[in-house]
Ligand binder design. Structure first.
Ligand SMILES: Cc1ncc(COP(=O)(O)O)c(C=O)c1O
Length: 462
């Protein structure tokens, strides 16, 4: 068993470049090689089992052994493993998926969906659609995009520019121009001493209005927002934020794009995060849970007004000259169709609503732990803010490695959680049961204790 692990590790280190990894240190640590999955658990090449508390990358909503998704892929592979949808070609799975997505998002009234492969591409093409639309509408000056501190929209040149996380920019020569940065709506991190939550929201919305006035509303096309900012540290927006934000955007004719790549399909306790937070986005981007993440597929949904503008542009040029080879890939679409059927037939949103109170109760109970400055979450996504000093909300110096120790201790305990910045995030498959939620938090608590021991040993806490 460990022979096969040693061989895997050696070949991995020799050949595989890992995304989001400290490439310098990686040869010393090597990989955890996953070989199988069952429900909310995965198993590595040494036979160790882990409760996957992050659903992979906030994504494997239906766990790791959903036979219906496997069967849907097999059937479609046998019938038509690939075809494309450029130039009016189409396939039944892509048609069905577009139809289903529009039906599921009916409260938002979208008219069309444009498929791609990843969340980054869905956001990238949202930007292109917006530029194309405003050009067609005779407003070519409307080009700038507003995105937030701690926002995460992916890593392609444009989506990476919208992302508001410094390490995604440093030495990648990002962001490109046309991106304006505005506040993150985390009251815990950015509220001032003595400031109420609603005064905080008024202040950051005031900052946004000032930014719009400085730049000129006629130069600003759209505002990109995740309902809950995931990779930025699981930021649940301050109360009333989206309502006030949207009033400003409407006043200045600025489109709202909801990046539902994490929040979409039940994560926050409603089908879409936009419903949880009362958003009325003109464009919505979806990926990850759309196919349970068994195969890569994403989509950009748009209103009729935007689609009509894009049609006008296409009329002018004789073609809508955009699209990727695997757009609406029939096997990915077939799997996504099956996932969307499962959400409906098994009432996955209802399940999330039933188990989320227990998840959030266990999460919030950890706020009492000496290392936890804030416990925050909604639905089945949450995070613990790890601090050196609770009262001062002071994080540890990164060199203390407390978050990394918690993540590693969790792994030793058979739990996968993710240390991001000063927080440790948890985002389990939506099918998790109450007993598994208890297992998750029992292990999480032990990992926190190991983090505390580490912090004490290093002399960072008393
Ligand atoms: C909110 C959000 N948008 C976009 C992306 C990018 O998706 P992908 O990694 O599929 O390009 C992610 C990935 O985690 C995400 O969390």
């Amino acid at each position: 068993m460990s022979n096969s692990h040693d061989s895997n590790a050696a070949r991995d280190i020799a050949s595989l470049m890992h995304p989001y990894t400290n490439l310098d240190k990686y040869p010393e640590t090597g990989p955890v090689v996953m070989t199988r999955g069952s429900g909310v658990y995965v198993e590595d090449d040494q036979g160790r089992r882990y409760l996957e508390g992050m659903s992979g990358l906030w994504s494997a909503s239906l766990g790791f052994s959903e036979q219906r998704l496997i069967d849907a892929a097999t059937r479609q592979m046998q019938q038509l493993p690939y075809y494309q949808i450029f130039g009016g070609r189409s396939t039944e799975p892509a048609i069905e998926l577009a139809d289903r997505l529009l039906a599921m998002t009916r409260p938002f009234g979208y008219d069309k969906v444009l498929f791609a492969n990843s969340g980054s591409e869905a956001n990238d093409q949202a930007v292109k659609l917006i530029w194309y639309y405003f050009n067609a509408m005779g407003q070519p000056a409307k080009k700038k995009l507003i995105a937030r501190v701690r926002g995460y929209h992916g890593v392609t040149v444009m989506a990476g520019s919208l992302t508001g996380i410094p390490t995604n920019h440093a030495d990648f020569d990002l962001p490109v121009d046309r991106v304006l940065r505005t506040d993150c709506p985390s009251f815990y991190h950015y509220g001032e001493p003595g400031e109420s939550e609603s005064a905080f929201v008024d202040r950051i919305i005031g900052n946004l209005e000032a930014l719009i006035e400085r730049e000129g509303a006629d130069t600003i096309a759209a505002f990109f927002a995740e309902p809950v900012q995931g990779s930025g540290g699981v930021i649940v927006p301050a109360a009333g934020y989206f309502e006030k934000l949207q009033a400003v955007l409407r006043k200045h004719d600025i489109l709202l794009v909801a990046d539902e790549v994490i929040c979409g399909f039940g994560r926050t306790g409603h089908l879409f995060g936009a419903q949880t937070f009362g958003m009325r986005p003109d464009i919505m981007t979806v990926a990850k849970a759309m196919s349970g993440s068994y195969l890569p597929i994403s989509g950009t949904l748009m209103t009729k007004a935007i689609y009509d503008g894009v049609v006008a542009g296409s009329r002018k040029h004789g073609v809508f000259a955009h699209g990727v080879t695997y757009a609406g890939h029939p096997v990915c679409s077939a799997v996504a169709n099956e996932a969307l059927k499962i959400y409906e037939e098994r009432d996955i949103v209802g399940h999330v609503q039933r188990v989320a109170p227990h998840f959030l109760k266990r999460l919030h109970a950890l706020a009492a732990h000496p290392l936890v400055g804030e416990a925050r979450g909604v639905g089945l996504i949450g995070a613990l803010e790890i601090v050196q000093d609770k009262a001062a909300r002071k994080p540890f110096d990164a060199s203390a490695g407390v978050g990394a120790r918690i993540q590693a201790a969790a792994l030793e305990n058979g739990l996968i959680v993710r240390s991001i910045r000063d927080a440790v995030a948890v985002c389990p498959p939506l099918i998790i049961t109450v007993a598994q939620i208890d297992e998750l938090f029992d292990k999480f608590e032990r990992a926190l204790d190991a983090g505390l021991e580490h912090a004490r040993a290093g002399g960072w806490v008393g």
